[in-house]
Design a protein around this ligand. Structure first.
Ligand SMILES: [Zn+2]
Length: 245
């Protein structure tokens, strides 16, 4: 109960402090500096479930990390960004193949935004009939945009066989996507495409690659606690490895 109250309180606090909630279908919260977290919602098993993405405002345009899950919010997100920062989105990077990451790739490509993902994510997107990116990265890639540098990193299989995270070493921001669960989550969520045998080792790889993050942005739910990383590891360690027969 206390956690719930704290969450309600912190949401209330964020919304009031920054006054940045546009409507109840798209929420945008200032993270730090030029970084913003956006959230859209979809029905999943009858519940209204939030999905988080992020964007970064640079002098050379806005970089979006993942696309909204709610397909009605592709354009409203672009409009909100334009209104608020008077800048266009120039790049969108998908960190996994599920529709809460890739949904807007085709739409954004048509708007002239450069869409990126890894070859591995694209292969599963193709097989599963998901929207696909225009540009494919071979492996872990370093981007420099405006005065910002960040790396895409494949830490191993976990939530899916192809999930990547994004690490802002200087700002100590870990964009974890669906691989990292919220510190409030009771389980690892949807595991239909997961590798539960490797999950814990994969999280340890993230911890090693991305030491002492100041912020950890998770794919779903409350992202305001960096304990999410350790919490995900603990949940992954509790899952009994499937014995191969
Ligand atoms: Zn997800």
């Amino acid at each position: 109960m206390r956690t719930i109250m704290m969450t309600v309180f912190s949401l209330f606090f964020f919304i009031n402090t920054f006054g940045q909630t546009t409507d109840n279908r798209l929420e945008i919260v200032h993270l730090t500096g030029d970084f913003y977290v956006y959230t859209t919602f979809n029905l999943y098993k009858g519940d209204r479930v939030p999905a988080n993405g992020m964007y970064l405002v640079t002098k050379d345009g806005v970089v979006m990390f993942d696309s909204p899950w709610d397909t009605t919010q592709f354009q409203p997100l672009l409009d909100s960004i334009k209104r608020r920062h008077n800048k266009d989105v120039v790049l969108c990077i998908a960190t996994d193949f599920h529709s809460d990451r890739t949904g807007g790739l085709e739409y954004y490509r048509k708007q002239g935004i450069k869409t990126y993902t890894t070859k591995q994510i694209d292969e599963l997107s193709r097989l599963q009939g998901m929207k696909r990116a225009e540009f494919l990265m071979d492996k872990d890639t370093t981007f420099t945009i405006g005065s910002y540098t960040f790396q895409t990193y494949f830490p191993g299989q976990g939530h899916t066989a192809v999930n990547i995270v994004i690490w802002f070493e200087k700002e100590k921001i870990l964009y974890g996507g669906c691989l990292i669960k919220s510190f409030e989550d009771d389980d690892l969520g949807y595991l239909g495409d997961a590798n539960v045998n490797d999950y814990a080792a994969t999280i340890r790889n993230v911890q090693e690659k991305c030491p002492l993050p100041k912020f950890v942005i998770v794919g779903h739910g409350d992202w305001t606690n960096t304990k999410s990383l350790k919490h995900t590891l603990q949940m992954a360690q509790k899952i009994k490895p499937k014995k191969s027969r």
